[in-house]
Ligand binder design. Structure first.
Ligand code: CNA
Length: 386
């Protein structure tokens, strides 16, 4: 979906933004002992001195969190040190709504695309392939259509962060529009990989609305332009396309001010989104809430005391915290610790009830219209067959 992921894979293989898979990094930390770490630190200092970029630890690493744990993050927020929080989200925040992510083994989209007979799983989101054969994308779009799902606890937690005056911006890789459905204002959202909200004709660039697109997707037809008959594509960013300009302009303004970064439900494998973690200032704490560690720094770079990416496990770390588990549980736990737990539970309950009610009303409005339409449709087919 994101243009640069493909480039990244071509140059750096299957690994994450930082060039090392989380599996490799977490395995090394599992078996690490304090003796190993001491030896590693000695080698790091030796190499750093020889290469001429040695700095004393105290100069290099100001202490940011008293405690690199969830409690350290909560304390940091409660002390009022966080006024420009940025959240970065991936497909993992929507899996509990029933939308599969890309890479989770078994349930991820990439493991379930056989029926589309694609040259490779990513082809379904490639602009070149889409121009030749748009049908598989629209079949999948019907299955995953926004509007058929309810936002999760995590989406409502992000809304609460905003209502509490902490959120500067929410950056999402998701195209499911669930942040909007959850009630987060549009100006607070950066949809880095675009959105289903609007669509454009690939040929004459005519714009179409969500309802126009929805009608065609659910009628199982490839949407074509009313003016020039070109294929119309939702404004989501395919591999081979540029990210929206709003992404770049917001990053420039937001990240230098970021004073807490929370990454939710992402493997941090897609560029340039993944590298945003390095745009936050050095003194900004970063919390990852995900089922697995992601975005970690290259081991060699850790050894040299250099490089970018998350650094959860080194003894010098005073800013990066990984909370491993489901986003909804992580967000509810954070809300509980901040004293907003009941407010979040109430918000989710009320909003889900409202969405269910609206869907019911919409369905009951449609039914009489459909039964009115049927004899007409039947008449048409009868006359054609005669
Ligand atoms: P990804 O690479 O599939 O990674 C998802 C990450 O979330 C993995 O690390 C999972 O372990 C983790 N995860 C899955 N479920 C949960 C959960 N309930 N709680 C915590 N962690 C969980 O997806 P990314 O977003 O990192 O990759 C970016 C791609 C995916 C973008 O181009 C998106 O447009 C694209 N995508 C979006 C959607 C959507 O809009 N909902 C769905 C599928 C793919």
């Amino acid at each position: 979906m994101a243009s640069a992921e493909r480039e990244d894979n071509e140059t750096r293989g299957e690994d994450s933004a930082t060039g090392v898979s989380s599996e490799t990094t977490s395995r090394s930390s599992r078996h690490g002992t304090s003796e190993d770490e001491g030896a590693i630190d000695m080698i790091r200092r030796y190499l750093a001195e020889k290469l001429g970029f040695y700095e004393a630890d105290s100069e290099r690493k100001p202490k940011i969190l008293d405690d690199t744990s969830i409690d350290g993050i909560i304390k940091y927020i409660e002390e009022g040190r966080c006024k420009n929080l940025i959240t970065m989200a991936g497909a993992g925040i929507s899996t509990s709504a029933g939308i599969p992510d890309f890479r989770s083994p078994g349930s991820g989209l990439y493991h379930n695309l056989e029926k589309y007979n694609l040259p490779d799983p990513q082809a379904i989101f490639e602009i070149g392939f889409f121009r030749l054969n748009p049908k598989p994308f629209f079949t999948l779009a019907k299955e995953l259509y926004p509007g058929s799902f309810k936002p999760t606890v995590c989406h409502y937690f992000i809304r609460l962060l905003n209502e509490k005056g902490l959120l500067r911006r929410h950056y999402t890789q998701n195209i499911d529009t669930l942040e909007r459905v959850a009630g987060l204002p549009g100006e607070k959202i950066v949809e880095a990989h675009g959105t289903f909200h609007t669509s454009h004709c690939l040929e004459c660039k005519q714009e179409y609305s969500l309802s126009w697109m929805k009608e065609r997707i659910f009628a199982d037809v490839v949407p074509t332009c009313d003016d020039c008959n070109g294929v119309v594509k939702p404004d989501i960013v395919f591999f081979g396309e540029n990210l929206p300009s709003r992404f770049f302009s917001c990053v420039e303004k937001d990240f230098p001010k970021c004073d807490l970064l929370i990454i939710l439900g992402s493997s941090l494998a897609v560029q340039p989104f993944a590298s945003l973690i390095d745009r936050a200032p050095k003194e900004c704490p970063r919390l990852l809430v995900n089922r697995e560690k992601a975005g970690q720094r290259d081991r060699l770079m850790i050894l040299l005391g250099m490089g970018s990416g998350m650094d959860f496990d080194s003894e010098n770390n005073t800013r990066d915290v990984a909370w491993l588990g489901d986003c909804d549980d992580g967000c509810q736990m954070l809300a509980d610790k901040l004293g907003w737990g009941d407010e979040l539970r109430k918000l989710v309950k009320e909003e889900h009830a409202r969405i269910d009610k609206e869907k019911k009303e919409e369905a009951s409005k449609k039914k009489p219209e459909e039964s009115k339409k049927e004899p007409e449709e039947k008449k048409k087919t009868d006359s054609i067959s005669q």
